[in-house]
Design a binder for this molecule. Structure first.
Ligand SMILES: [Zn+2]
Length: 246
């Protein structure tokens, strides 16, 4: 049999090495196998992306809670200024970002921060974000200041207009307060009602004061990464307890 090799434009007879090479069955089989593998891969990809795939089904069946976490103050508003000139806004942001980081291992939670840098966000925009997203809850992170440097501990604040109502926010506040006190082994100053912008929140909301920057001991702790991370994990525990997760 003679084969015409188009590229060469010449006839190659049996016995010629180029002839054997061209008709070697293994080569054809290899091509067929490669094509079959490609087809199988495309079918598997289509199945994986289809709404009936087990992976997609389990992801959509799993409920995900949107949690808005607010780092208090920012930009032109430093918040309280503590020992050695530490700004409350920086402590609040560091903790909020750690809450976001720690929540990466919690697939049920989607953390949305009101600010990611040293910028000022108007108070009404912060709660409006939670309202707009239909968040499961809103937590605002702050650090405290007192005229008496000896005062220290944790407190959680709710708007005074919610006193005797908005029980879900009270449950959230109690969960956050209990987890922070247990996690930080600090004084329990309780859940308090004060005039507060949080009243515009339509989702359960609470403001945590995670320590006093006016107290030298707590001011020092609040600036350490390890302590900020303990605060973040305690806040996450409070959030999960409120949402009934584990
Ligand atoms: Zn503050």
């Amino acid at each position: 049999m003679t084969v015409i090799i188009p590229a060469l434009g010449e006839a190659v007879r049996e016995g010629d090495p180029r002839y054997i090479h061209r008709l070697r069955p293994a080569g054809i089989l290899c091509q067929m196998k490669a094509r079959a593998r490609l087809i199988v891969a495309v079918i598997l990809l289509i199945l994986a992306l289809s709404p009936f795939s087990p992976a997609v089904l389990s992801a959509s069946a799993r409920q995900q809670f949107i949690v808005v976490v607010d780092a208090g103050h920012g930009g032109m508003d430093p918040g309280g200024i503590g020992w050695l000139g530490v700004s409350e806004k920086d402590i609040n942001l560091a903790i909020a970002r750690l809450v976001e980081l720690e929540a990466l291992s919690e697939p049920e939670l989607r953390i949305v921060l009101t600010r990611r840098g040293d910028v000022y966000v108007p108070l009404e925009e912060r709660t409006a974000l939670a309202n707009r997203l239909g968040a499961a809850l809103y937590v605002s992170i702050h650090a405290n200041i007192h005229t008496d440097w000896r005062v220290k501990g944790i407190e959680t604040i709710l708007p005074d207009t919610w006193q005797g109502q908005n029980w879900r926010s009270l449950v959230l506040a109690r969960s956050l307060q209990a987890r922070l006190v247990a996690g930080l082994r600090s004084d329990d100053r309780g859940v308090k009602y004060q005039p507060l912008y949080l009243r515009s929140s339509r989702v359960p909301a609470a403001l945590v004061e995670v320590g006093f920057l006016s107290n030298p001991e707590e001011a020092l702790k609040l600036q350490s990464f390890a302590y900020q991370d303990r605060i973040a994990r305690a806040i996450l525990e409070g959030i999960k307890e409120f949402l009934g997760l584990r």
